[in-house]
Design a protein around this ligand. Sequence first.
Ligand SMILES: CC(C)(COP(=O)(O)OP(=O)(O)OC[C@H]1O[C@@H](n2cnc3c(N)ncnc32)[C@H](O)[C@@H]1OP(=O)(O)O)[C@@H](O)C(=O)NCCC(=O)NCCS
Length: 157
Amino acid sequence: METHRLVRPKDLNQYGHLFGGRLLAWVDEDSWIAASFDFPGSRFVTMAMDEVVFRHSVKEGTILTIKSELVKLGRTSVTYEVRVLDEQAQDDNLIFTTRVTFVKVDESGRKAPIKKMNFGMQELLVVFMANIPDLISGNLLGPLAKSLAIHFVTLGF
Ligand SMILES: CC(C)(COP(=O)(O)OP(=O)(O)OC[C@H]1O[C@@H](n2cnc3c(N)ncnc32)[C@H](O)[C@@H]1OP(=O)(O)O)[C@@H](O)C(=O)NCCC(=O)NCCS
């Protein structure tokens, strides 16, 4: 999933650059939204944020792109790799990286298993629809191989 944030004056630190804590909050929220879209009906809490790396300072008015990509699916947890970019920067536009892990909990806050099959079918459907042009043109093997690869990787086979 990809989201965008505009850096405003209220987001700046005492040196006039983006406050790191604000960026962490955006990363936490946006990857949580990605998990909630990927696993509808699940209640997620943040379990861990791996090494956080702030590669560049960010000035007011920057439009940030936050990319959250599912990289691991466990029994009760999901992990997203998050990259923050300034896509209008001329050269090195990668600003920040981390991995965020969420755990599914029930209404009492106890960890709960994630329904993997739902996700597998949903992913297959998304990949299938994205490849409809290939299917129409008769290239059946590419989309099928891609669907199976994603299915196996996300389910940990
Ligand atoms: C979420 C919570 C219920 C999990 O209970 P727990 O008994 O601590 O959970 P576990 O140690 O069994 O770990 C649960 C999952 O998280 C994973 N996990 C645990 N520590 C982790 C870490 N440091 N990094 C990545 N994953 C981790 C485990 O591997 C497990 O995944 P799996 O089931 O997919 O294999 C509990 O830790 C909690 O309530 N934490 C507070 C959450 C919160 O308030 N977040 C907001 C912070 S402000």
